[in-house]
Design a binder for this molecule. Structure first.
Ligand SMILES: Cc1cc2nc3c(=O)[nH]c(=O)nc-3n(C[C@H](O)[C@H](O)[C@H](O)COP(=O)(O)O)c2cc1C
Length: 189
């Protein structure tokens, strides 16, 4: 049972989001971590997207350009940790999704031209923390719900600690509320 942890908590040890993720993953065997702060992936541009497209067209998937996509497709569970930045999440996570979203790896087209997901994961759990409130503008999670649908992942789950940068907030109480949600999610893995 492989859990893929996509770590987009770019502040590393300073990150409250990473603290929640580590607690959630504690005791779970076989966690594969993709650390986006270390990977420093490049976005796709004309040359790289053309290079990848001709490999896809030829059905040649042993190039390292497909490694992240294959890893994502084969995981049994996905956990994504990312802080709430600019109403969504750090750009590094969007770039990662560009690398993962590959026709005939994470999704394919059926004979009647329908897009169908091909990922194994039974759920995607998204963990975030926010300076203010995420209500009404949970755009990063909304986007990832769309991606999960496209990739054939049937369930998405969410936990957030909010208002962490609001003066006077009891930060530990907010983190504890998120911990309670995460404990419930962990109990229903
Ligand atoms: C570049 C950047 C953008 C941010 N954008 C928002 C935002 O749009 N809304 C918000 O409520 N907080 C925003 N914040 C505050 C973070 O969401 C908050 O500090 C969060 O807890 C950081 O998570 P971390 O401790 O895991 O790094 C932003 C912080 C940074 C550094």
């Amino acid at each position: 049972m492989t859990v893929l942890f996509v770590n987009a908590c770019l502040r590393d040890d300073e990150s409250r989001t990473l603290e929640l993720c580590r607690e959630y993953l504690e005791g779970i065997d076989d966690v594969q971590e993709v650390n986006l702060g270390q990977l420093r992936l490049e976005p796709f541009y004309a040359e790289s997207v053309a290079y990848r497209a001709q490999l896809e067209k030829a059905g040649v998937f042993d190039d390292p350009i497909f490694d992240l996509s294959k890893q994502f497709a084969e995981a049994d569970e996905i956990v994504i940790g990312a802080p709430y930045w600019d109403l969504s999440f750090p750009a590094a996570l969007k770039v990662y999704i560009e690398h993962v979203s590959v026709c005939d790896v994470t999704f394919h087209y059926t004979d009647d031209a329908r897009c169908e997901g091909t990922c194994r994961a039974r759920h995607l759990t998204y963990i975030t923390t926010c300076g203010g409130s995420v209500a009404g503008a949970n755009l990063g999670y909304d986007y990832l719900c769309g991606i999960a649908r496209m990739f054939g992942i049937p369930e998405t789950r969410f936990a957030a600690a909010e208002n962490l940068d609001v003066v006077g907030t009891d930060v530990e109480a907010q983190l504890n509320a998120a911990r309670q949600t995460l404990a419930q999610l962990k109990a229903t893995r």
